[in-house]
Design a protein around this ligand. Structure first.
Ligand code: UDP
Length: 479
């Protein structure tokens, strides 16, 4: 057989695109020909990768597509957060990409399609061309297991109030949640465009060839085994994708967007601080907070007494950016706190020796980046599967403490008092448990590095996947 050709089809969100591009680079480093199908909004980092010598093909589709009722300029999932009408239109517009995608599959005739979980129709697209579809969720294995067990057993239906805890069913550890930490769509079982999409996703996933996971076996061995042996899924753990990527730290930090801060200024600021002393606070590319919550966060960070870098997404409170800061705040924190308004070079910051803790929303990319940097975390989940990842970090890996948010909200998150912020930050930096937590975090970092070395678990799983795809014959198509 000639060169293996794989098409990657990411979802239109930075948190989904970033690891997919890392994965494409990884497959390419193993001699696979790669084509990424994306849109203009997300093409920048792919073009940059091409310019720096990665021989990766790129096909750009128009989005929103012709005939869609989504407003022009609504080009990324974070543009529609908290607006149900736009969410419905966005889902429909994405499904309209099926036809142009299939035209490209016809043209490229790949051996495999790796596509995002949010594109369930792509299982049938792949079947049409007799090739396997691999699903990429961008989730931890823990969250994959928890999501599926929750769907099967619905433990939240047996509690009498929103605040009564229930156990995550059938999992290797005994862990509890409350109903307010779940997506209301799951609780209400209401028919919405999003709930229908999720039904399609689950069904299509069952018919797909398997799942590629941005995690490594040693990080969550009980769950990797559970996923395969108990839930019966075919899965390849090939991460952390970020660590396979041999670009330098500053290139890695800009995998998503251009940073709004000069990297050198940022590193100079960090260089002036003691090792393990600075708290990095960032909530990914989509989470948003009310002005009141941003204010509480500001007060809490100052009260913690620690130096900090705090990333505030532009316009996230629906106002200008500064309305939420207490009077005289920036003057008072001068030299101690750095507020970055917009996109920060996260990977660069996290890997600086002065970073002592990461306050994270527990998006899986961020969580894994925290693991790879060997830093303990303050977990502050907001929506999506982030409340599951919090459990993994605080109760399974035991490398972090929770800030105590119990409210799942797609946008305008609030309810965490400044005192809780200060307390969680202090306990991770110099609480009683801090040294042990830091040691465990450092060990996980070493394990992550080993997994991507030659002979490491992720390298082996990748080799066996590529081997299997090379000998795949269309007759065994599962669709
Ligand atoms: N990120 C970044 N700078 C920012 C915000 C986010 O580099 O200011 C990157 C972060 O490093 C991670 C991704 O964007 O790779 C966010 O993905 P995650 O899964 O953590 O969260 P999401 O944005 O999907 O909620």
């Amino acid at each position: 057989m000639g060169q293996l050709v794989v098409v990657f089809l990411p979802f239109l969100a930075h948190g989904h695109m970033i690891p997919m591009l890392d994965m494409a680079k990884l497959f390419h480093s193993r001699g696979v020909k790669i084509i990424i199908i994306s849109t203009a909004e997300f093409a920048g980092p792919i073009k940059k990768a091409q310019e720096s010598g990665h021989d990766i093909g790129l096909s750009i589709l128009k989005f929103p597509p012709e005939g869609s009722d989504l407003p022009e300029g609504c080009v990324s999932f974070d543009h529609i957060m908290g607006n149900d009408d736009l969410l419905t239109k966005f889902i429909k517009a994405v499904s309209m990409l099926r036809e142009p995608v299939e035209k490209l599959l016809e043209e490229f005739r790949p051996n495999c399609l790796v596509s995002d979980m949010f594109l369930p129709w792509s299982t049938d697209s792949a079947a049409k061309f007799g090739i396997p579809r691999l699903v990429f969720h961008g989730f931890s294995t823990f969250a994959l297991c928890a999501t599926e067990q929750m769907k099967r057993h619905k433990p939240y239906a047996n509690v009498s109030s929103d605040s009564e805890p229930f156990s995550l069913p059938n999992l290797p550890h005994k862990l509890q949640l409350v109903r307010t930490q779940m997506n209301p769509v799951d609780l209400e079982e209401k028919e919405t465009a999003f709930s229908q999409l999720r039904v399609q996703m689950r069904e299509a996933e069952g018919r797909s060839y398997g799942v590629v996971v941005n995690s490594f076996y040693e990080l969550e061995p009980d769950y990797a085994d559970h996923y395969k042996n108990v839930l019966g899924r075919r899965a390849w753990h090939i991460g952390p994708l970020l660590l396979h990527n041999k670009d330098d730290l500053s290139a890695k930090a800009l995998r998503g967007k251009e940073s709004v801060i000069d990297e050198h200024d940022c590193v100079e600021w960090l260089d002036s601080k003691k090792p393990n002393s600075v708290v990095y606070v960032c909530f990914g590319s989509m989470a948003s907070f009310t002005s009141a919550q941003l204010r509480e966060t500001a007060i809490g960070l100052e009260a913690s007494g620690q130096d900090f870098i705090w990333v505030v997404r532009r316009g996230e409170n629906g106002q200008g950016n500064d309305g939420f800061l207490p009077d005289g705040y920036e003057e008072r924190i001068k030299g101690k706190g750095l507020i970055i308004r917009g996109w920060a070079p996260q990977v660069l910051i996290l890997n600086h020796p002065s970073i002592g803790a990461f306050v994270t929303h527990c998006g899986w990319n961020s969580t894994l980046e925290g693991v790879c940097a060997g830093v303990p975390m303050v977990t502050w989940p907001v929506f999506a599967e982030q409340f599951f990842n919090e459990k993994l970090v605080t109760e399974v890996l035991r490398t972090g403490v929770s800030v105590g948010n119990r409210q799942w909200r797609r946008s305008g998150s609030e309810g965490v008092p400044s005192k809780a912020v200060a307390k969680a930050v202090q306990s991770v930096i110099d609480g009683k448990e801090a040294p042990e937590m830091r040691n465990r975090a450092k060990k996980l970092k070493e394990m992550a590095l080993k997994a991507v070395e030659e002979g490491g678990s992720s390298c082996k799983e990748l080799s066996s996947l590529i081997e299997e795809l090379s000998v795949y014959r269309p007759s065994s198509t599962q669709a």
